[in-house]
Design a protein around this ligand. Structure first.
Ligand SMILES: [Zn+2]
Length: 130
């Protein structure tokens, strides 16, 4: 089932809100990362334990920032699809993605079936768990 005008408007809002939220989060992460790096440099110069902690922190920040950037790009691509009228159609099979999935994942590019196939064929490292 293709999206109704109301559903499309609702998802358009969702995409924009999520994009704004992630942009704010990203700005915060970059700011935090900068302060941590600064603090580590100011603090234990030559202290290998502190340096290790600082390295770990910046690695974690980098991973988070990279993930947010990926999500932001996906949302921007979704905005472009909303503008050109291809939003809600599966990128792989061309069928409708379904409004329930889009509500949960507004930037979804694939239907559930194609997403599963994609994830099986494109093995990616799991999210780091702390
Ligand atoms: Zn599909």
């Amino acid at each position: 089932m293709a999206l109704t005008r109301e559903e499309r408007a609702e998802l358009d809002q969702l995409v924009r809100r999520e994009h704004q939220r992630l942009m704010a989060e990203l700005r915060e992460e970059i700011e935090q990362s900068r302060q941590e790096t600064f603090g580590a440099v100011e603090g234990g110069v030559g202290d290998s334990a502190d340096e290790a902690v600082a390295d770990l922190l910046s690695d974690l920040d980098a991973a988070e920032i990279t993930r947010d950037l990926g999500d932001i790009r996906a949302l921007e691509a979704a905005m472009a699809r909303l503008a050109d009228g291809t939003y809600g159609r599966c990128h792989e099979c061309g069928l409708d993605i379904g409004v329930a999935r889009l509500r949960a994942q507004p930037a979804a590019l694939r239907c559930v079936v194609c997403q599963e196939i994609y994830e099986k064929t494109h093995a990616h490292s799991p999210e780091p768990k702390l």
